[in-house]
Design a protein around this ligand. Structure first.
Ligand SMILES: *[C@@H]1O[C@H](CO)[C@@H](O)[C@H](O)[C@H]1NC(C)=O
Ligand SMILES: *[C@@H]1O[C@H](CO)[C@@H](O)[C@H](O)[C@H]1NC(C)=O
Ligand SMILES: *[C@@H]1O[C@H](CO)[C@@H](O)[C@H](O)[C@H]1NC(C)=O
Ligand SMILES: [Zn+2]
Length: 494
């Protein structure tokens, strides 16, 4: 090739992409009302995965997703992932997982979009201003349960593919979908399904995209980390039955006193974790991270206002963000067996079980945390020389997830956000746990990106959940631009 023609060819290519994007974006704008109607149809289905009485709705929801993808010409499967055992011992069918594929050109990258279409419970009486299952547009905000979490983002991805089809443009990458219906109750059955399909459905997948979180402010964001979680039960047992405090009080060492005593050794009054080994395992905050946090758009006053407390543990942005995202915390959630009704029962509970959890961050390891917590509590308990017994168990051990923000997948994300919103995104983390990201990473070994389109004030899981038209429609364009950018990633470089 004549070298002098190279700049010309590059120019033509990039102009071609730009005009292609403009056409696709225009298509999305022109079809905004149809996209809102599609969301209305999905929101109308009460696909609450925590309520077994709603299971038929959930099955119908999965059918609807499959049907939509099938009508678009995708290769669609409804994958049976077995049954769920209820506390009563009964079993009911889990909602099937929908997989779909658009394009199978081996010269192109393959992107797999993960999402869920089950929702948290919602009732008008909970304090909703509108019927949670009747999508309602108020000043450009679309209110309804499951709008932001996660039905609109799933639809935005589907509509991104649909736009290419409608304009008879080739998809720049192959696109796969994996849509589940049990996310809100812990993705029952999904880990096994991913493992079973590692060498089939996932074999040609290059990248996995998750859009199941939100921005931190009005500025678009890419999410590159989530905290894990280790959940503990600490059970102290003594008398063979509950005792009367007037009869036995002052003569037996009470399990509750022991339990409160050991719980008080987990954290200092200022919030410092006192369990040996935990703080030492935390990756140090690098200068680069510190600088990144400085640039993030985050309203400290508004955050503080939402909590309703008189002062937070930190009053500057960097410390607040760092402690929400990249440091561990201990939270004490409750004590089973303790008297908790109203009134004044004078009981000495015979057995009490504390529930607490520790959010995990790199480089902590749940197996090590389990040992550190158990050894520490047992040693503290031993010093009390109590006749009671202590049993510590870890019931959840979810690892944290962290991605490299310099990975081509993230560079593609930054470029797509720049194209659609004309700003550089905030690079953020989630303080919560999204275990599926870590499962995808561990089982498939593929690179993962979290690309949220939800607003910072969408109220996921809360009353009056919403998704703005702006985020929904511009989010659809973002996904279109993103597919374009991913196609530019040098296939041999990753
Ligand atoms: C949804 O709400 C609109 C008004 O906001 C009302 O006209 C309509 O009948 C409602 N639909 C259902 C199914 O409740
Ligand atoms: C704090 O919240 C109250 C309502 O609870 C609101 O009126 C006030 O404007 C908020 N202040 C800030 C600084 O956001
Ligand atoms: C793609 O990556 C390979 C290997 O890293 C390199 O040799 C090649 O020049 C790259 N191509 C482009 C267009 O960047
Ligand atoms: Zn969600």
């Amino acid at each position: 090739m004549n070298l002098q023609t190279v700049p010309f060819i590059l120019l033509v290519i990039s102009c071609g992409q730009a005009s292609q994007y403009t056409e696709l974006a225009q298509y999305v704008d022109d079809h905004q009302e149809e996209h809102v109607e599609a969301l209305r149809e999905w929101v109308a289905i009460e696909s609450d995965s925590s309520n077994i009485l709603r299971r038929p709705d959930l099955h119908r929801m999965m059918e609807l997703v499959a049907e939509k993808l099938r009508l678009m010409g995708g290769t669609v499967q409804l994958v049976d992932i077995g049954e769920q055992e209820l506390p009563s011992g009964q079993t009911i069918a889990l909602p099937k997982v929908v997989t779909a594929q658009f394009g199978s050109d081996p010269s192109k990258h393959t992107v797999c979009v993960y999402g869920h279409v089950d929702v948290q419970p919602a009732k008008l009486e909970d304090g909703w201003a509108t019927n949670p299952y009747n999508l309602t547009d108020i000043n450009g905000n679309l209110y309804g349960r499951g709008t932001s979490d996660n039905k609109a983002p799933v639809l935005a991805w589907i509509h991104a593919v649909q736009a290419y089809q409608a304009l008879s443009m080739d998809l720049p990458v192959n696109v796969k979908f994996l849509i589940e219906g049990m996310e809100e109750t812990g993705s029952n059955g999904l880990d096994a399904m991913i493992l079973a399909q590692r060498d089939t459905f996932f074999s040609d997948v290059d990248y996995i995209v998750i859009s199941d979180c939100g921005w931190l402010s009005r500025r678009p964001a890419l999410t590159y980390g989530t905290r894990g979680n280790c959940y503990f039960f600490a059970e102290v047992e003594g008398p063979k039955q509950d005792l009367h405090s007037g009869v036995y009080g002052g003569t037996v060492i009470e399990p509750m006193t022991d339990l409160i005593g050991i719980l008080d050794t987990l954290i200092s009054p200022s919030g410092k974790i006192l369990i040996p080994g935990i703080r030492e395992a935390v990756a140090p905050l690098s200068d680069e991270e510190w600088r990144m946090y400085q640039d993030i758009e985050f309203d400290v006053d508004n955050y503080k206002n939402k909590t309703g407390v008189s002062h937070l543990m930190y009053n500057n942005k960097v410390d607040l963000l760092a402690h929400r995202w990249r440091y561990p915390t201990v939270s004490i959630h409750g004590i089973e067996g303790a008297f908790s009704d109203s009134g004044t029962k004078t009981v000495i509970p015979a057995k009490v079980t504390a529930k607490f959890s520790i959010r995990q961050v790199p480089d902590m390891d749940p197996a090590a945390v389990k040992k550190q917590v158990t050894d520490y509590l047992q040693s503290v308990f031993a010093k009390r020389k109590s006749p009671n017994t202590l049993k510590v168990t870890m019931v959840i051990g979810a690892k944290p997830w962290l991605a490299d923000t310099k990975h081509p997948l993230y560079e593609a994300g930054k470029a797509a956000i720049k194209r659609v919103f004309n700003v550089d995104p905030d690079l953020i983390r989630e303080g919560g746990t999204i275990p599926i990201a870590r499962t995808f990473q561990d089982v498939t070994g593929k690179s993962i990106i979290m690309m949220p389109i939800g607003g910072f004030d969408d109220g996921m899981h809360s009353q009056n959940e919403k998704m703005s038209r702006y985020n929904y429609i511009e989010g659809t364009k973002l996904f279109i631009a993103y597919l374009n950018e991913v196609a530019q990633i040098n296939k041999t470089s990753v």
